[in-house]
Design a protein around this ligand. Sequence first.
Ligand code: SAM
Length: 203
Amino acid sequence: MSTERLTAKRKAEILNSVKERYRAVASDPTGHFCYPVGRESAVGLGYEPEWLNAVPAEVVDRFVGVGNPFSVRRPVKGQSVLDVGCGSGLDAFVAAALVGADGRSVGVDMAPEMLEWPKRAVAAGTLGNIEFREGSVEELPFEDESFDLVISNGVLNLVPDKDAAFQEMHRVLRPGGSFAAADLLVVASIPADVLTDVDAWST
Ligand SMILES: C[S@@+](CC[C@H](N)C(=O)[O-])C[C@H]1O[C@@H](n2cnc3c(N)ncnc32)[C@H](O)[C@@H]1O
């Protein structure tokens, strides 16, 4: 389904469908995906056990990423990282540990329910370099050139206006900054009945 052919009404329907699905995922992440989720998935994707051990179990349990952006680009001490579509925030927590106290890690997601656990963990913990914000990838609530690295895991396939998402991620990156994403790619033509099924966007 090309972005150009989507009407504003259709985009709103897709965003609503995605939000609905992730409201349910936040409550119980099992049974929604055709791939593994949680700690087992993260270990299989190469996340280091000590990264996972430093993050609250409720956050790790709700990891529903499709890859490991840190295998593409690993942030270093002092950098600022934005995790777009952060979900329950595992990647943002890993980034916070990697950039250290002089760095900054921010997670943004449009589904407030997905942000509940990470926000709770931040409030209960002592990490001063991490924050979570509600917002859309298509209209990021950040200043131009705010981040050294933008990461994303399993999100862009869900976004109806991909051009807007890429423009926004580019806008908030500093000159010379990096982008590292893991995502699902279409490698064959999509059947017509799937193209017209709004809920297929979020499955
Ligand atoms: C497959 S989950 C991945 C979550 C997280 N990155 C992870 O690895 O566990 C996709 C996430 O993207 C978020 N999302 C989808 N479309 C979005 C958009 N347009 N703006 C912000 N977040 C979005 C969903 O709410 C959901 O939390």
